[in-house]
Design a protein around this ligand. Sequence first.
Ligand SMILES: Cc1cc2nc3c(=O)[nH]c(=O)nc-3n(C[C@H](O)[C@H](O)[C@H](O)COP(=O)(O)O)c2cc1C
Length: 207
Amino acid sequence: MPMQSPPATLVVAYHGGRGHTAALAAAVVTGAETVPDVEVREVRVDEMTVAQWRNLDESTAIVFGAPTYMGTASAAFHTFAEASSRRQFVRRWQDKLAAGFTNSGAKAGDKSGTLGYFATLAAQHGMTWINLGLPAGWNKSSGSEFDVNRLGFFAGAAAQSNVDEGPAAVHQADLATAQHLGRRVGEHARVVVAGRQALAVREELTR
Ligand SMILES: Cc1cc2nc3c(=O)[nH]c(=O)nc-3n(C[C@H](O)[C@H](O)[C@H](O)COP(=O)(O)O)c2cc1C
């Protein structure tokens, strides 16, 4: 008889400055919500409560997000990351899945610094990094700025928003890329939960 796995839980933990990164966070949530058996939450890392820390502690996957400021994640995100060291000391986030997304004003804008920082944070916690899993878009004559992964990042989802426009102008290709990341992490989280449960049952049966 097929076994019902408990739901996986995915938390999008982000700092949004003027709203562009928040729009991307919403897109990650939308993508993750398309995956069955995955519960999705969003927390703003500059407004953490005890309950939200608990959400992170109990999650299967955490997707980190922040605007790129001065070539790295925003200071508010770094404050959250430093606060997470209490979890790191006791390996509380060990073996969770992790991924990341960022927005910047320039097309490149040193966003790799931010995505690389997220991956390092994940590694310090012993988390497993999920990359974007998409080829580069907009890199051939038949391509366009509306290609998914139009900016050609691989470590995570990267977006560019003009500094003189509001969050409503976040590029639709970047929103689609963020949705893809949410779906991808959700799918991996679901597999991890189902796999762990199957292993536990097998070990129980062979005891
Ligand atoms: C303090 C500060 C530093 C910034 N540094 C960068 C940068 O290094 N690279 C870049 O392309 N844009 C930079 N920007 C532009 C922001 O990345 C961009 O406005 C931001 O991602 C918008 O997202 P938000 O609305 O979530 O803040 C910077 C903006 C600020 C305020």
